[in-house]
Design a protein. Sequence first.
Length: 204
Amino acid sequence: MTALAVVLSGGLLWLYVFLRTVHLARVAPLRPRAAATLLLFGKRLDAGAIDADYVARLSRALALVREGPYALLLLGGHTGAGLSEAAAALQWLQQHGLPTEADVRCEDASTDTLENLRNARDLLGPDAAERIALVSSRYHLPRCLMLARSLGLDAEIVAAEPRLRGNASLLVRLVLEASYCLWLGVGRRWAQLIGHQRMVDRVT
């Protein structure tokens, strides 16, 4: 269905989503405007180790918690043997000066961004009605925001990196993220149109 929508639009639909993805990634701020709770997205561990992208996310969250007061929810389950992404994140934060009084919780039962957010919503309980800040890599934030809003969360985005740096690897990531956002958006609207409640429930 997504491919048909792209063809019928002459590719303009995909181009619009791609440009919007790039724009959001570029303008994402470095601190929340109104949120009191930070949701830090995990990243697949490399043989149990945290990579540079994940370090950037963790460093941003740590700087914000030190400025505080922010509650911090670490997201990310097991994507291999050893520690979960959330547990590895907590370990890193503790090794790098996480304040002892910081309000930190872990969500380690999920394996993808949608599950991250759905489980976070359950863990937050009544607090899920309050504004939250999604902390992640710039290329990942448009998808995070789209999914959060589809789940009914009042969310804003916070970038891990100081700025969007242009390189071939980043361009590939932005293309993939834009394609995912397009697939998700078209799929959800199509499911709503045909009354396929099971498909709609997956992202709400």
